[in-house]
Design a binder for this molecule. Structure first.
Ligand SMILES: Nc1ncnc2c1ncn2[C@@H]1O[C@H](COP(=O)(O)OP(=O)(O)O)[C@@H](O)[C@H]1O
Ligand SMILES: [Mg+2]
Length: 338
């Protein structure tokens, strides 16, 4: 077993398979209302991995998660968690799985601490052990000052943080986290990210769903990009990003003193420069010129001089690395967030 795993040291081959998902399918409704929510997804998840499910709203992430944990029966396909089928033997997995749903699981009228103790009792955890875990979870999620506060008096972000640790009181080996951060304040988001990132260090395996490319990129060892019920690609964030081209991107917003035709011909002229300007890709969309190139900074002055010579001015310029959003756009032609 690998301990103190960090994202950089992660190697799938060193690790034990904990979840196997094979050709999972789910359709809701009938006739005109039929929705083919999940269309045959397959993948394996390894011990102490953070596996990210990245896709837009309606892609089928929650439906997949519910089938994986045995809350929803698949129409076809099979799931095995540590050799157990959650649809047949769900009870055997009660202590193994920690599910953090999008919806609240706390009682508004109880204090933070009481909510946690309530779960410790349900799971029949011995008092001294429960106390230790509850204290540690409250500390890790930054709610020490609120432990005696009534839950309904917490801020939205604090409530969501409580929701997260409630799923961990029984110290599950596998944690499933459905969209942990929409609407969170920046401080809560950083705490939640750190909390999730630290779970593999405690021997846990994590499945995370999100529609934020940055969240999937920062937290996951591997990411499956899901759209319309299908997994389009599955790999490490680094490999996914390099799959659409090496190098960084410069985006230059042009202010045109001419028409669209001149804008379109600008990229053609740039591509034909003599001596050539080496780049991987060039495109114009509306009034933004996007160039992908290796070692882009030293090339910038030549690009800008050329643009000025062509009688355009630069409204804005930004330099960035490839993101998982670029990967999604490349695969689907759409943005993640519509
Ligand atoms: N219980 C349900 N009844 C009918 N349709 C559903 C149900 N649950 C999900 N869907 C539909 O299935 C598709 C996938 O939904 P979901 O898995 O919630 O996506 P995501 O979590 O990626 O946003 C959507 O079109 C959604 O409207
Ligand atoms: Mg969802």
């Amino acid at each position: 077993m690998v301990s103190n795993i960090s994202r950089r040291k992660y190697r799938v081959t060193d690790l034990k398979k904990v979840i196997e998902v094979k050709a999972l399918e789910k359709t809701f409704g009938k006739g005109n209302n039929k929705v083919h929510a999940v269309r045959g997804i397959s993948f394996d998840i390894y011990e102490q991995e953070i596996f990210g499910f990245l896709g837009p709203n309606g892609a089928g992430k929650t439906t997949s998660l519910r089938m994986i944990v045995g809350l929803l029966r698949p129409d076809a396909g099979e799931v095995t968690i540590l050799g157990i089928n959650p649809n047949r033997d769900g009870k055997k997995l009660k202590n193994v799985l920690g599910i953090i749903p999008q919806t609240p699981t706390y009682y508004e009228d109880l204090t933070v601490e009481e909510n946690l103790w309530f779960l410790a009792k349900i799971y029949d955890i011995p008092k001294p052990l429960a106390k230790k875990r509850i204290n540690s979870l409250i500390l890790q999620i930054g709610l020490e000052e609120k432990r005696k506060a009534i839950t309904k008096d917490l801020s939205g972000g604090q409530k969501r943080r409580l929701n997260l640790i409630l799923a961990l009181v029984h110290d599950p080996k596998i944690v499933l986290c459905d969209e942990p951060t929409p609407g969170l304040d920046p401080q809560s988001r950083v705490i939640v990210w750190d909390f999730i990132r630290n779970l593999p260090n405690q021997g846990k395996t994590v499945i995370l769903t999100t529609h934020y490319m940055e969240e999937a990129d920062r937290l996951s060892n591997r990411v499956a990009i899901i759209d319309q019920g299908k997994i389009l690609v599955l790999d490490t964030p680094k490999k996914l990003k390099s799959s659409i081209g090496e190098g960084d991107l410069v985006e230059i917003e042009l202010v045109s003193h001419h028409g669209q035709t001149d804008l379109d011909s600008l990229s053609v002229k740039l591509a034909a420069l003599d001596p050539p300007l080496p780049f991987e890709d060039i495109s114009i969309s509306q009034n933004t010129l996007t160039i992908r190139a290796l070692d882009i900074v030293p090339k910038l002055s030549r690009i800008l001089t050329f643009i000025e010579k062509q009688n355009f001015s630069v409204g804005n310029l930004s330099l960035r690395g490839t993101t998982l959003e670029d990967v999604f756009i490349n695969l689907t032609g759409r943005r993640l967030r519509s």
